[in-house]
Design a protein around this ligand. Sequence first.
Ligand SMILES: [Zn+2]
Ligand SMILES: [Zn+2]
Length: 247
Amino acid sequence: MTLLLVRAWMSMASIERNSSMITKIYQLNLRYSHVDLHIHSIYSDGKGKIDEIARKAKERGLKVIAIVDHSLDHPLGLNERKAIKRRIEMENAESKHGIRIFDGVECAILENGELLLPRHDFDLIIASIHSALTPTESYRRIKRCVEKHEFHILGHLHAEMFSLDGFDVEKDAEILDILEENDIALELNSYHRSPPYETLKLCENKRLLYSFASDAHEVGRVGDIDFSKKVAKIYLRKGRNLLDEIY
Ligand SMILES: [Zn+2]
Ligand SMILES: [Zn+2]
């Protein structure tokens, strides 16, 4: 991929953190409302082929997308072989449709904060809670994950389907501090409408990184990021869009 922007793969055992995790390669005149960094394809549980997703993204005026299929923790997720095949298709779709496509993965945060990733040079890694957990357990996993792994985006924090017993605003403040310190973006997920407003209110005075996400599993939802744009405007006026850091 010619515009490989982020080279983030580190071994699972590594706890090192590279502070310049996201490397600026070149400048583009980009309005970040034209970005969707969370799309699934037939390479995991999505319905769209890579080319169909890229065509739809182009039609909807998107300039940059990330296809972030699930990882080894998911029965239909990416393995090394699928990741290589998918990358070739993404490169072809990139030149055919003239948009940027990041080679990404969405990985579940497992017990003890582990991420199970295939050996592959992903541009972008999203780490998300994918089991229904109590707040105490999800906070514990997220903290451990940040200590152990390098990733770029914390996906859909407190998405309702994965939250038992709500959430704890004090602990949220701690998590947001950890994200800020480690240059990890908070995802604004339009499908799950996450994070909840109570958490977003805590972001108002922070220089947090954030990202826009449709979490589309169907081609028709590629670029559905209205919620992400709306809450960024209200709650993250001091924040930094991840794309601004990449470009
Ligand atoms: Zn997810
Ligand atoms: Zn997802």
